[in-house]
Design a protein around this ligand. Structure first.
Ligand SMILES: *Cc1c(COP(=O)(O)O)cnc(C)c1O
Length: 392
């Protein structure tokens, strides 16, 4: 089966390219590998008009995804999520063109479904049988569901204090759950120690090249939903950074395909005040981020003290002319309430964080009245309802 992509170092360090018919995780230099496609070939066989009547999932973009022609993906209907015009919240903030892309409507309630649909599809096609990942919560739930759908086995490793709904949802889908003292970085170390001798296929964030491929479809969808143009701003709650890396990759690929010519969006990363390694690195002009000590936040997806793709996120933020800022947990919960009451959208604290960031950028005059803004609500409220408890 011919593949129209190969794997290249994201730095690039000079090693490679690597054959996508073989299993690869990180590059020899220790940095992420990314899939690079033969756009000349793909452009000759694919067009925007082919999307009319296409699949109502992220697999509508299958020619740009890591799957051989004629092979079916492991899918639960992920992606092609709605882009809501947030007119009430927009009016509160003096914006006519405020939109929310609601990733809570994905299988297992978060955008992690996109990455896992792509990664599990590719791992299955490469012959993997047991897949493992460390997770702050949502990635584990998505991995559990997609391996179940594929008839494969999953082992997930989460911090011991993860909220109960995440653990139960993983078990519901048959995953073996290990709770680890510490944070996602500790979970990653233990998962690798256990899995390496047994040949488990590691799907840690950006330690394999295909979760980013699933996540880039958020960019493809935003472009298509805007009639093949970009909004001025995309605000994204950033933990491991695959979302930002994926959306920036989509900007590049859609230009290579010739489907979009206008200015790219400015990308803004939002992190938690209690764990903001990328914001700190952005502010001090560093190319990589120093690990954050004592990370704490109610937004599990943002409790990522160190990210192997830090360099790629920082590069994307700078190249896009965007930025990075942190918000407090209280501001995130206010943001959840604003999305809930003003738009009927059930947001995770990570989604609430984008509203908090938008308020800051409006107050500072950075985002203008006429700018188009997309907030990514990366997950749903239901697994985090305890953060809405009234004070005891
Ligand atoms: C994982 C997660 C994030 C962070 O996403 P990255 O793309 O890894 O930066 C944000 N929000 C939610 C709800 C998550 O589960």
């Amino acid at each position: 089966m011919s593949l129209h992509f190969q794997l290249e170092c994201s730095v690039p360090c000079g090693a490679g390219p690597f054959d996508a018919n073989d299993i690869h995780h990180l590059c020899r230099c220790g940095r992420p590998l990314l899939a690079r496609y033969d756009w000349d070939y793909i452009g000759r066989h694919w067009s925007k008009t082919a999307l009319t009547g296409g699949m109502r999932s992220m697999w509508r973009y299958a020619p740009a995804l890591p799957i051989a022609e004629g092979v079916g993906p492991v899918t639960l209907g992920e992606g092609w999520t709605p882009l809501f015009h947030a007119d009430c919240l927009g009016a509160d903030l003096g914006l006519k063109r405020l939109f929310v892309k609601d990733e809570a409507l994905n299988p297992t309630n978060s955008f992690k479904a996109r990455g896992m649909s792509a990664a599990v599809t590719r791992a299955r096609d490469l012959g993997a049988t047991t897949l493992s990942a460390p997770s702050a919560g949502n990635a584990a739930c998505a991995l559990a569901a997609y391996t179940a759908a594929a008839g494969l086995t999953s082992k997930v490793f989460m911090p011991r204090d993860v909220k109960a709904p995440f653990i139960r949802e993983c078990q519901l889908h048959g995953a073996e759950v290990t709770l680890v003292d510490g944070l996602i970085t500790d979970a990653g170390r233990i998962a690798a120690e256990q899995g390496a001798p047994l040949g488990w296929y590691d799907v840690s964030t950006l330690k394999e090249p295909f979760r980013a491929e699933g996540k880039k479809t958020m960019g493809y969808e935003i472009a298509e939903q805007f009639g093949w143009s970009w909004p001025e701003w995309i605000i994204y709650p950033t933990g491991g950074g695959t979302g930002i890396v994926g959306i920036w990759k989509a900007c590049d690929e859609l230009e290579q395909l010739g489907w979009i010519t206008g200015p790219r969006p400015r990308l803004v990363s939002v992190q938690a005040a209690g764990c903001a390694p990328l914001v700190r690195a952005f502010d001090t002009g560093e190319d990589t981020a120093v690990p954050w000590e004592d990370a704490t936040t109610v937004a599990d997806g943002l409790r990522v003290p160190a990210a192997v793709g830090d360099m790629l996120v920082l590069r994307a933020l700078r190249e896009s002319g965007g930025g990075a800022l942190s918000v407090t947990d209280a501001e995130m919960v206010d943001g959840m309430r604003a999305l809930g009451r003003r738009e009927g959208i059930g947001a995770a604290p990570e989604g609430g964080a984008t509203v908090a960031a938008l308020r800051h950028l409006r107050d500072a005059g950075t985002i203008g009245d006429d700018d188009g803004v997309v907030l990514l609500n990366t997950g749903g409220a239901l697994k985090y309802l305890d953060v809405l408890d009234p004070p005891a």
